[in-house]
Design a binder for this molecule. Sequence first.
Ligand code: NAD
Ligand code: TYD
Length: 350
Amino acid sequence: MKNILVTGGAGFIGSNFIHYMLGKYTDIKVVNLDALTYSGNLENLSAVADDPRYTFVKGDICDQSLLDNLFKKYLFDTVVNFAAESHVDRSITDPQIFVTTNVLGTQTLLDVTRANWNLNPKDKYSRKYKDAVRFLHISTDEVYGALGTVGKFTELSPLAPNSPYSASKASSDMMVRAYHVTYGLPVNITRCSNNYGPYQFPEKLIPLMINNCLKNKPLPVYGDGMQIRDWLYVVDHCSAIDTVLRKGIVGEVYNIGGNNEKANIEIVKLIIQKLGKSEDLITYVADRPGHDRRYAIDNSKITTQLGWSPAYTFEQGIEQTINWYLTHTHWIERVVVGSYQDYYQRMYPD
Ligand code: NAD
Ligand code: TYD
């Protein structure tokens, strides 16, 4: 792991991952390929912008010739594919871009990776690749669909996605799997639960509630607020990805979860309490169509086989997250202008 292509590195998890890796390893180089959609923000990476180990390239994972040029120029040995349309609510209003980026984009990236890593590309049956190369696809627990009140998702749970977002992620997972089975491409897939932490775009539950609380705006809780998510601090997610890159068995899928199941309403009330606001801000709004009731990750495969475990409790993670937003009000103010206002009006009309 020396020359890493990170796609979608200007987004929430990708930027945290770049900080994590450049902080941990001195001998790596990272190229961040990002199309800078509404959720991509180079400000997330301003601290490393001048680091000689880091290069930013603006571009789309659907752009085959750009990808090919980057492989030829930087000789990547590792690809970590974060680039995606990532928000369920947006996928309900505009599913097509989810198929374009998440499915076609991933397939394009797989094609170019395969062509550049294969030792004998003229032989269509060649399954021989350069040494120590790995394609890691970042997926989600949402591909497994929804759980009832008991049980957890394992890597063997059937894929049963319910939203256009999760359907597109499941489709991309299937492509990654197929490139491994058909062409022998050395891949891994990770499926993580809901992340939270610094740099998360305030369309997702936790940063949206923090931002609204700070401005004394209504806190829109979907349905009865009793949907359950299994929260993972983003730094723990980054350490898990690093672990899979170093120790993961080729072709394997690894679930990554924080063992932190919480109902949405609990999270909202905790944020209110930490920010010293009133529960009168809570506003129950119409439920999301097809809303998954509960997610929970069984992470015993990655903990027992690869020796990873989360380092942060939810209490520590949420404390650090809230503090980060409190000390980065300029970041929030620059993010919630323009298209965010239009999105917010459409999603949460007065
Ligand atoms: P994000 O929306 O914050 O970031 C996505 C990034 O991808 C942005 O920087 C965007 O500009 C970039 N991008 C979008 N389309 C692109 C394209 N065609 N080419 C190049 N770049 C493009 O998302 P995130 O929360 O950081 O999620 C990262 C990955 O993790 C996604 O694949 C997502 O499905 C997965 N995931 C996220 C969560 C979560 O809780 N946030 C949970 C499970 C899985
Ligand atoms: P979200 O952060 O969008 O992640 P995901 O849908 O991928 O789990 O939402 C987390 C939970 O919070 C989900 O059950 C939907 C709910 N939610 C609200 O109740 N209100 C909101 O304004 C948002 C954005 C989410």
